[in-house]
Design a protein around this ligand. Structure first.
Ligand SMILES: [Zn+2]
Length: 76
């Protein structure tokens, strides 16, 4: 983790020093006990109101409870 400069040095759950964790081709700082990972991956996000004939279109994730809906959102 010598080449990484992270805003977080310690696990916010157990205060252990974070260690390097490789996921795919990227390296992240993670708690050695698996409590927390600093993904260091800020992404701009967008949300949109989609109006169709005076009504707002909402989306639903199949994993959510049956009557839970949200705005259309995504990463840029
Ligand atoms: Zn921890």
């Amino acid at each position: 983790m010598d080449q990484l400069v992270h805003a977080f040095k310690y696990c916010p759950v157990c205060a252990s020093a974070l260690v390097a964790k490789v996921v795919g081709v990227r390296e992240y700082a993670a708690c050695p006990s698996g409590h927390w990972t600093h993904w260091d991956n800020p992404l701009p996000v967008v949300a949109a109101l989609v109006e169709v004939e005076g009504r707002i279109l909402l989306a639903r994730n199949a994993a959510w409870p049956e009557k839970m809906f949200a705005l259309i959102t995504g990463f840029m």
